[in-house]
Design a protein around this ligand. Structure first.
Ligand code: SAM
Length: 227
């Protein structure tokens, strides 16, 4: 089935959860604007113009466990995190402040809006970890990963850069592998089953993954390389 690529459908569920605590509200008011990437977009047409070193993008960082881990362990890399869920963004901002991180930029909203503003070949790594599965047949079209997103990511990822994807939903894994294959711009370099059934050491567990494992689902882990 061909996806409707002319009008992007909403790919996420809730954009707010329980009300923010007074401290979270304060952080969103005072600290979020300091690392909000949309401020850079207003200042310069290319939001990455003054950034030195590698730039990575995490799409849908959820509870922010992974983005905070990567930022702490890769201090020379700038990581852009995009997430529409307010409570997740508030967690990321708190982590940035508590851990004194200086290499995270955030955007609360749809990652596709950010990708559209990025120059060609500007990202070294993109993470899409456990995207919303939209499992019902009639909801499949809401899946974030589709032909359009893959071709947009192909444009912004540099040659030999990585698109990292994980899922606990086998039907979504098949969906993505089919689309990666037909896109034909990314290589999946694996030799044995454990390459996609085991998490590499630079892939920290998130709450979402811990819950999936607890509920008996298995994680699947992929690195696709742009060639
Ligand atoms: C199932 S959660 C997984 C969260 C996290 N990646 C993890 O592995 O723990 C999927 C996340 O993707 C976010 N999301 C969905 N569509 C998005 C989009 N278009 N842009 C950015 N984030 C999106 C959702 O709000 C949600 O937080």
């Amino acid at each position: 089935m061909k996806e409707n690529i002319s009008k992007p459908l909403r790919t996420y569920g809730r954009s707010k959860g329980k009300p923010l605590s007074p401290n979270q509200k304060l952080l969103m008011k005072k600290e979020y604007p300091k690392i909000d990437i949309s401020k850079l977009v207003i200042e310069a047409k290319n939001p990455l113009i003054n950034i030195k070193g590698e730039v990575w993008l995490e799409i849908g960082f959820g509870g922010a466990e992974h983005i905070l881990w990567q930022a702490k362990n890769n201090p020379d890399v700038t990581i852009i995190g995009v997430e529409p869920f307010l409570n997740g963004v508030a967690k990321a901002v708190k982590g940035v402040v508590d851990q004194g991180l200086r290499n995270i930029l955030l955007y609360r909203g749809d990652a596709r809006d950010v990708i559209n503003l990025l120059p060609d070949n500007s990202l070294n790594r993109v993470f899409i970890l456990f995207p919303d599965p939209w499992q019902k047949k009639r909801h499949n079209k809401r899946r974030l990963i589709n032909e359009k997103l893959l071709s947009d990511l192909y444009r912004v990822i540099e040659k030999e850069g990585t698109l990292r994807f994980g899922s606990d939903i086998t039907d979504y894994v098949d969906w993505v592998l089919t689309r990666i294959k037909s896109h034909n711009g990314f290589e999946w370099r694996v030799s044995e089953r454990k390459d996609w059934m085991e998490r590499s050491t630079d892939w920290p567990e998130t709450r979402y993954l811990a819950k999936a494992l607890e509920e008996g689902r298995q994680g699947h882990f992929f690195d696709f390389i742009k060639f």
